[in-house]
Design a protein around this ligand. Structure first.
Ligand SMILES: N[C@@H](CCC(=O)N[C@@H](CS)C(=O)NCC(=O)O)C(=O)O
Length: 192
């Protein structure tokens, strides 16, 4: 039995599931939620967000729910409340990052002085500060949904030019450590 995963090749939320699902059978349905498939996709997910997983009659939206669903079935990793918190913190990076990119796509200058923009940039920095000991220590060493999620954020945020890792060597090392994985290469963000 094969799953269907709706997504795009540039979404970090989608990529973390593609990496998690490396060994699972699924059909990838690429959608353009902002334009071409906008109306049709509303029938798949009223929130109009990717990723969405279809398993037979069941439709699940939100990457965290999809992770929980698959993790219950395949027991990829044990999750306690600290792990849930860590996933929420990493999701916080993605939320702030996606907000900034959507604002820029809407024609706004996200480097300008504006309370909302500043809060997004500030959240990214404070979360990366918070994660520093986790990245340097053993907590994020294992290749699991936590490290996959962080990898997908860092790689995507560099690609979208919303962060600089000049003063974050631990993040650079972390990226280098995983960059050669086959599934990371298979899901590489499109160049140019
Ligand atoms: N909480 C959602 C967020 C997903 C999300 O923001 N996806 C972006 C693509 S990277 C999206 O679909 N944005 C469209 C929009 O919010 O209008 C999840 O974890 O799946």
């Amino acid at each position: 039995m094969s799953y269907i995963l709706y997504g795009s090749k540039t979404s970090p939320y989608v990529r973390k599931l593609q990496i998690l699902m490396e060994k699972l059978p699924y059909e990838f349905r690429e959608v353009d939620i902002y334009d071409q498939h906008r109306e049709l996709f509303k029938q798949v997910n009223p929130i109009q967000q990717i990723p969405v997983l279809i398993d037979g009659d069941l439709t699940i939206w939100d990457s965290r729910q999809i992770f929980n669903y698959l993790n219950m079935r395949y027991r990829f990793q044990n999750i306690d409340w600290n792990d849930e918190n860590l996933l929420s913190v990493i999701d916080g990076l993605l939320t702030a990052g996606v907000n900034l990119v959507l604002l820029r796509k809407s024609g706004l200058d996200i480097s300008s002085s504006n309370m909302f923009f500043e809060r997004q940039r500030d959240k990214i920095e404070s979360i990366l500060d918070y994660l520093r000991p986790y990245i340097k220590g053993s907590a994020l060493q294992e290749w699991n949904f936590h490290s996959i999620s962080l990898y997908c954020f860092l790689d995507w945020a560099l690609f979208r030019e919303i962060i600089s890792l000049e003063h974050r060597p631990e993040c650079r090392d972390f990226l280098n450590q995983h960059a050669e994985r086959a599934i990371v290469k298979q899901t590489q963000l499109p160049k140019g």
